[in-house]
Write a protein that binds this ligand. Structure first.
Ligand SMILES: [Zn+2]
Length: 114
């Protein structure tokens, strides 16, 4: 499957995780957002990222830089939504970033982040 198709499929899957029936509502720290973090965390791990969730439920996937003094590159967006949200606002920025890491890891051995 092409990565673009994978991203669109994952947007659909995430779009189904909602606190309300019939529309997408995943407000901050809600049960649906926690479920979304769990699912996206598994996709991050699959892409080779180190995953953690901070005290404010921010999900953070890290790809450590190789080499001394390597810097950190940050990519991402949000997984929570407004009420009756669109399924791409937020998740597209997260899922494309995960796909980019997956693509880079399949082609590069080191990540100097200089
Ligand atoms: Zn947004």
């Amino acid at each position: 499957m092409k990565l673009a198709q994978l991203v669109m499929q994952r947007c659909d899957e995430l779009g189904a995780i909602s606190d309300e029936r019939g529309c997408l509502t995943r407000t901050f720290a809600s049960p649906a957002m926690r479920r979304a973090n769990k699912l996206v965390g598994s996709w991050m791990r699959e892409a080779g990222l180190q995953v953690r969730e901070d005290a404010a439920f921010n999900l953070i996937g890290g790809l450590p830089g190789t080499g001394r003094g390597a810097k950190t590159l940050l990519l991402g967006s949000h997984l929570d939504t407004v009420r009756d949200a669109g399924k791409y606002d937020g998740p597209l920025g997260v899922l494309v970033a995960i796909a980019a890491v997956q693509w880079l890891r399949s082609r590069l051995r080191c990540f100097p982040h200089q």
